[in-house]
Design a binder for this molecule. Structure first.
Ligand code: B1M
Length: 244
């Protein structure tokens, strides 16, 4: 009896298993690199991973090996940023670690961007974010923006000192987007209320999320915004609930 076809099939099976295990390993390694904030091989952080490949190199290798970009987003970046967001909410890690994770995610995202542009990778929706008029603080806003991007959303970051007109202009370009407002000063909380009213006049069903050190859930209700989140993970959770 000729055994060669089954031998060949066996060989192909083994090759496939080997190939898939490489892909799975790369997906797991990217997740780990983003979770611990290992940006690239040159990066000295975290010290125990000095000289090792970071999110940048691992994503390059994964794309070259044929890992679908959507899998890198869904199975590496989004879960890694979920872990980071949860640890931050539970005070198990702090702003510097979160920033390094966001940076590592950014290094991977650079390589996924062409696939977003071509439509090969689908995002969950668009999130327009800005620090309100009169306010120049952007560290918290940037963290939220990076975590939401890591959560699989397209970000339109309008920067700081953003008046109502610019939020509305962005909404005309991205109909159906969710809007996020950040404020760090008690004085600019007033701007936040005005911006919410102006957005409501333009489109009453736009979802508006607010955050920042001086604001809270009670203030959110009073100005007619939809949701207040004290931290980036709360923002991600709220957005994900909207599309669930
Ligand atoms: Co400013 N500042 N500052 N400042 N500054 C504060 C906010 C202040 C509390 C300091 C103080 O007096 N103790 C005080 C505000 C007092 C008040 O209004 N109650 C203050 C002041 C007064 C000022 C100036 C007026 C000072 C002056 O010039 N006389 C001036 C204002 C300038 C302006 O905005 N027009 C000013 C300027 C600055 C710098 C430019 C020097 C710098 C900002 C640099 C930058 O952002 N690129 C600065 C900084 C760094 C601070 C402190 C020290 C740190 C703020 C910060 O980044 N925190 C701050 C004092 C403090 O907090 N210890 C202070 C870390 C960041 C991760 O937290 O932004 O709260 P945070 O974001 C959190 C959450 O709030 C949440 O997620 C983040 C992560 O958990 N979050 C959201 C934020 N946005 C969200 C949006 C969401 C959801 C969650 O959904 C959309």
């Amino acid at each position: 009896m000729n055994k060669s076809p089954s031998l060949a099939a066996n060989f192909v099976n083994k090759l496939n298993t080997f190939y898939f295990s490489i892909m799975e390993e790369l997906i797991a390694k990217i997740l780990e690199a983003v979770e611990v904030g290992k940006v690239d091989q040159k990066s000295p952080f975290p010290p125990q991973m000095r000289g090792m490949e970071g999110a940048f190199e691992l994503t390059t290798r994964a794309i070259e090996a044929g890992v679908p970009p959507q899998a890198i987003l869904d199975r590496s970046l989004i879960p890694a940023m979920e872990i980071v967001g949860r640890k931050f909410s539970e005070n198990k890690i702090f702003v510097p670690q979160m920033l390094m994770s966001a940076k590592a995610m950014g290094a991977a995202m650079v390589q996924l961007k062409p696939f977003f542009a071509s439509g090969a990778v689908k995002t969950k929706g668009t999130f327009i974010i800005g620090t309100v008029k009169g306010d120049l603080h952007d560290i918290g806003k940037n963290l939220v923006s990076m975590m939401v991007e890591g959560g699989g959303w397209t970000i339109v970051d309008l920067g700081v000192d953003v008046p109502a007109e610019r939020f509305i202009e962005a909404l005309t370009q991205h109909p159906g987007a969710v809007v996020g407002l950040s404020a760090l000063l008690t004085t600019t909380m007033v701007s936040m209320g005005e911006i919410v009213s102006r957005i409501r006049e333009y489109s009453s069903d736009t979802r508006i999320l607010i955050g920042g050190a001086p604001v809270n859930a009670d203030f959110c209700r009073r100005i007619g915004a939809d949701h207040y989140s004290p931290d980036p993970q709360g923002a991600v959770n709220y957005l994900n609930r909207l599309i669930a």
